[in-house]
Ligand binder design. Structure first.
Ligand code: GRF
Length: 208
């Protein structure tokens, strides 16, 4: 049985989607812990309510990023993780931390990477006149919002879209592809060649 540790900072709807998929699809895995850097993260209550260890490592209690990252890594390691899932975790991680969990740690970013790394992705996509937007699950590397792409979902940008309507459309797709991608990782079905990730059995890594 594989151990999954999920890191959140807020709402935690992607975490919820993964918890539910793990249970309903009978993955050979358990959510060993949900860790938040914010004590007020709404997602913590859901985790506790589902009998999952919910832990806070408050970044404000640490002198600098390295000290926070070191403690965060120790807490994560205490749950013997096979997979570390960043689900709306809003902290930039140091290269040492990333190296420690290399190819075991994934993130979801609300854009079609490599476009629109960083914040305000939906606003920027609308302002750029994009007709397509989407979301990307990728392995975490030291470079923010980079790293080999595991899966993407695309949605249309509609003429009257606001940042909020586009965000909601993208989020509903995140709840489909993120659990799927995490399951592939848990099941050891991802292959990498020259930085390109493929699914061992050829399942589609694109959700349209
Ligand atoms: C998602 O849009 C995700 O792409 C981004 O942060 C948001 C997290 O939402 N990284 P939630 O906390 O999972 O509801």
């Amino acid at each position: 049985m594989k151990n999954i540790v999920i890191l959140i900072s807020g709402r935690g709807s992607n975490m919820e989607a993964i918890v539910r998929a793990c249970a309903s699809e009978g993955w050979n895995a358990r959510i060993a812990a949900v860790v938040s850097n914010r004590p007020d993260a709404a997602g913590l209550a859901f985790a506790k309510g589902h009998g999952i260890a919910a832990t806070v490592v408050d970044h404000k209690a640490f002198e600098d990023r390295l000290a926070f990252d070191a403690e965060l890594a120790n807490v994560i390691e205490s749950f013997a993780p096979d997979v570390v899932v960043l689900a709306g975790f809003m902290r930039i991680l140091s290269p040492a931390f990333v190296t420690r969990f290399e190819r075991r740690m994934v993130n979801i970013h609300p854009s079609l990477l490599p476009s629109f790394t960083g914040l305000h992705t939906h606003r920027r996509a609308i302002e750029a006149g994009c007709k397509l937007a989407g979301t990307t699950v990728h392995f975490v590397t030291a470079q923010l919002d980079h790293g080999p792409i595991i899966a993407q979902a695309v949605v249309p940008v509609l003429p009257r879209d606001t940042e909020d309507t586009l965000a909601a459309r993208v989020l509903s797709r995140e709840h489909v592809i993120y659990p799927r991608a995490v399951r592939w990782l848990v099941e050891g079905l991802l292959r990498e060649e020259n930085g390109v990730i493929t699914h061992a059995a050829g399942e589609t890594q694109l959700l349209v």
